[in-house]
Design a binder for this molecule. Structure first.
Ligand code: ZN
Length: 498
């Protein structure tokens, strides 16, 4: 049994590290939302210093040996052992990196983010290219310090989605390709659905007013959540009662901000609903990127794009925009928000073609790390893949390779979890429908009934179990891609009368 003195050191360490993490997180949210760009050099240097301080605390050898002892201590309860194991694993993978290099990398990532932003604004990939090269070098080097037997990119995939690797993702994307490409071809050849009314002029101030109503409908409570505006919507959190989301109002697109709001609130609700007992601990986080994305996409697509979801909201939307929507029925509105057309920008993509956007990124990342794809001319490689899979090509880098923020800080291995998460959602929905008449409760405006089901079967566990165990507990089986493919086939066959 671990001594009470060591246990106290462990608890103090958790409190100290969580304090630093909270500060760094708030600084990062501030940088991405409201901080004036002029102060970035001053702020970045101090942020890197704080990250270095946290690094020293996190990699304390004494704590590492306490964690090693705790993770195998049979006298400890399951929650504590699991938390110790996760902290131990994280510490093991961080402490192998020399501190100076870690601090330098934090500064590089900040500079790289700024370069990406400038490159995107100026539509010029060459501004970002040298940074991307450096970021990849740093990632390669850091992973090499782990001395793992695993392939480099497999390690990255495993960091975002423990248990996943190229072999499993290859099989997943092959299944998607086999059934989705013929379906997309049929949809593209089918009669077009009228959706031009979504792209009229919609005053952003009125959109914001409606979004406040939507946030209330979603039970996104100001007591624990706050929504801001950014170029690239995201969600971040410091604890279960402080979750931040952002959205972006697009003047000539009414669906964009509404759907991104529903999506981000899905992420925030997951964090908020995790068991209180885990607050401040590593168990109080979503278990994996894929699981997180499954919750945001379940909100956005499986609920947020249905007639039942909008049945009580739509009259309010019509009232907000009478000129644009008075002659558009609820059914016409829902058909329009589900239109599938191959497009350039991932975050604006429809549900059916979305996984192909991810496949492009997955193949590029795989190629960057096995040496078959080079950073030079990557914008052209990108365009070629879009031509091949989606039949479209960007003439502006901001709508091509520069559209996503992820590679600016070296988040390689993250993208595939977006497609995987969408597939998890289908399996959760299948299980939810066994217990709840989803259409009926939504028609009564009872979104909370669906949220409570998710809280009970998915959210509350946080990191207590790995993703596959959560799937088994909630649905009775391990991950099965067929729920996702069946769902897409059924939905789009019906929508397009195929
Ligand atoms: Zn998301």
């Amino acid at each position: 049994m671990i001594s009470s003195e060591k246990l106290q050191k462990y608890k103090d360490w958790i409190f100290r590290t969580s304090a630093y993490r909270m500060a760094l997180n708030i600084i990062s949210i501030d940088k991405m939302t409201v901080a004036p760009a002029g102060g970035s050099a001053y702020r970045d240097a101090r942020t890197a210093f704080l990250a270095g301080e946290l690094f020293t605390i996190e990699t304390d050898p004494e704590i590492f040996s306490i964690l090693a002892e705790m993770k195998d201590d049979e006298d400890l309860d399951g929650d504590t052992k699991r938390a110790a194991y996760l902290y131990w694993k994280g510490t093991r993978d961080t402490m192998c990196i020399p501190k100076e290099e870690f601090v330098e990398a934090a500064e590089l990532m900040d500079a790289s983010y700024d370069a990406w932003l400038k490159a995107k604004k100026e539509d010029d990939y060459s501004i970002f290219e040298p940074y991307l090269k450096k970021v990849i070098e740093v990632r390669r080097k850091f992973y090499s310090y782990r001395n793992s037997d695993m392939d480099l990119y497999d390690q990255m995939l495993d960091d975002y989605e423990p248990g996943m690797n190229r072999e499993k993702y290859d099989a997943f994307f092959a299944a998607l390709k086999e059934r989705l490409i013929p379906l997309i071809q049929k949809v593209t050849a089918a009669k077009r659905i009228e959706d031009s009314f979504l792209y009229q002029n919609y005053d952003p101030a009125l959109q914001k007013q409606f979004t406040d109503h939507l946030l209330a409908y979603l039970h996104f409570d100001p007591e624990w959540g706050y929504q801001n505006e950014t170029e690239h919507p995201f969600t971040s959190w410091t604890c279960e009662n402080d979750c931040r989301t952002t959205t972006k109002y697009v003047e000539n697109n009414i669906a964009s901000a509404m759907l991104s709001t529903i999506h981000e609130v899905g992420h925030a609700t997951y964090e908020h609903d995790i068991d209180d007992a885990y607050d401040g601990m590593i168990l109080s986080e979503g278990v994996s990127s894929g699981m997180h994305e499954s919750q945001s996409r379940l909100f956005e697509n499986y609920l947020g794009r249905t007639e039942a979801f909008w049945s009580t909201l739509y009259p309010k939307l019509q009232e907000t925009f009478p000129e644009q929507l008075k002659d558009v029925s609820l059914k016409e509105f829902i058909d329009a928000v589900n239109v599938s057309v191959p497009s350039l920008v991932r975050t604006e993509a429809d549900e059916l073609t979305y996984p192909l956007h991810i496949m492009v990124r997955y193949e590029i990342e795989k190629g960057l790390f096995d040496g078959t794809i080079s950073v030079e001319g990557l914008d052209q490689t990108w365009n070629a893949k879009y031509r091949e899979y989606l039949g479209v090509e960007a003439d502006k880098a901001s709508e091509g390779i520069l559209q996503d923020v992820h590679w600016s800080d070296g988040s390689f291995g993250y993208f595939p979890t977006y497609a995987l998460g969408s597939a998890f959602s289908a399996q959760f929905m299948h299980a939810m429908r066994r217990d709840i008449d989803v259409e009926s409760v939504l028609k009564e405006g009872r979104f909370d009934v669906c949220v409570n089901w998710l809280k009970e079967h998915v959210h509350r566990y946080g990191c207590r179990y790995d993703a596959d165990e959560v799937l088994r507990r909630a649905t009775g089986e391990s991950f099965n891609v067929n729920y996702y493919l069946d769902y897409l086939e059924e939905k789009y066959t019906k929508l397009y009368h195929l």
